[in-house]
Design a protein around this ligand. Structure first.
Ligand code: UFG
Length: 329
């Protein structure tokens, strides 16, 4: 199949491009490179520099490339930033997706796989979280992703487009080659921040809160390897091509690890003592986020291959210690 990957220079997008090419698909990438990196894009993928808010760019792209499915990663995704600058999220995420849908409808492109997030649930009432559980986002990032899901639903209803929304839990790890990996500037995610300590870029890791109602007082998250996420996108695209109905799926391993447990695994993987310092809670952090991904397993046939946290952290370490400055070298 021929796939258009929007945001294919970003973290999860770039890994999905590698997986798509590995599976023999033809891949076109579009990215505005505001947070993505040109060198993260696989050399065999055709690259277009542009922004999804630009209808002329999209119309031209759809005229040139007859794609079967769009995979849409092109969004801002930092919870803290979204609280400080909500309109940036409404503009890039919500308005950007509105322009994209306009272009898809007018160009007759009717299948899309879309990055959603566990942040659509907010503070969960129970774990593991099921797709039908209440969605009450606690930040503009989750709110815009939820609004995007609803936009897909109504556009699908009106214009016959079909979509799969994938609600990721905590994406982590890197491609086995060590050529691509996670890179944010500034870095904001737990595993890359922990690995900056053995990488010599940070003297200690801060633990945001030790008084949560969890087994060791630190937050619990469901860490899912980026290549397992990539596989889910391929399965979702195939599902749509096979006539599958629009639907929403959680993607996680169904197992939670505390912040302290993740730090311990990183100590074991790197052989570095990784000093940790307890700090206050970070605003808006739910105590526990654990996915039920039974639906993705049964409907899409998804079967994560890298659930072991040590393997996940080792793959991240392979990338970070060979690319201490990410792509900026
Ligand atoms: N944490 C620390 N110290 C740090 C960084 C993070 O203790 O230096 C903790 C956080 O408080 C949290 C956990 O580590 O408990 C994981 O934090 P991340 O920032 O890595 O990830 P989040 O769980 O906050 O966010 C992730 C995705 C978001 C998504 C969200 C769903 O990165 O895109 O899950 O709630 F929205």
């Amino acid at each position: 199949m021929k796939i258009l990957v929007l945001g294919g220079a970003g973290y999860i997008g770039s890994h999905t491009v590698y997986a798509l090419l590995d599976a023999g698909h033809s891949v076109v990438v579009a990215d505005n490179l505001l947070t993505g990196f040109r060198s993260a894009v696989h050399p065999e993928a055709k690259f277009y520099l542009g922004d999804i808010r630009d209808i002329h760019f999209l119309n031209d792209l759809f005229a040139r490339e007859k794609v079967d499915v769009v995979i849409h990663f092109a969004a801002c995704s930092l919870v803290g930033e979204s609280v400080k600058d909500p309109l940036k999220y409404y503009d890039n995420n919500l308005y950007g997706t509105k322009v994209l849908l306009e272009a898809m409808v007018s160009n007759g492109v009717d299948k899309i796989v879309f990055s959603s997030t566990a942040a659509t649930y907010g503070e969960p009432k129970r774990v593991p979280i099921l797709e039908g559980d209440p969605t009450e986002p606690t930040n503009p990032y989750g709110e815009t992703k939820l609004a995007m899901e609803k936009m897909f639903k109504w556009v699908s209803n009106a214009h016959g487009l079909r979509y799969v929304s994938l609600r990721y839990f905590n994406a982590c790890g890197a491609h086995e080659s060590g050529r691509i990996g996670e890179a944010h500037n500034p870095e904001s995610h737990l595993i890359p921040l922990i690995l900056q300590v053995p990488g010599g870029k940070r003297p200690f890791i801060s633990i945001f809160g030790g008084d949560y109602p969890t087994k060791d007082g630190t937050c619990v998250r469901d860490y899912i390897h980026v290549m397992d996420l990539a596989q889910a996108h391929i399965l979702a695209a195939q599902y749509l091509l096979n006539g599958g109905a629009s639907d929403i799926f959680n993607l996680g391993n169904g197992v939670g690890f505390t912040v302290k447990e993740v730090i311990d695994v990183a100590r074991a993987v790197t052989g570095h003592p990784i000093p940790a310092r307890m700090e206050d809670r970070r605003a808006g952090d739910p105590a526990q986020l654990i996915a039920s991904s039974d639906k993705a397993r049964s409907v899409l046939g998804w079967n994560p291959q890298h659930a072991d946290l040590e393997e996940i952290v080792a793959s991240a370490w392979k990338w970070h210690h060979t690319h201490p400055n990410g792509y900026e070298e």
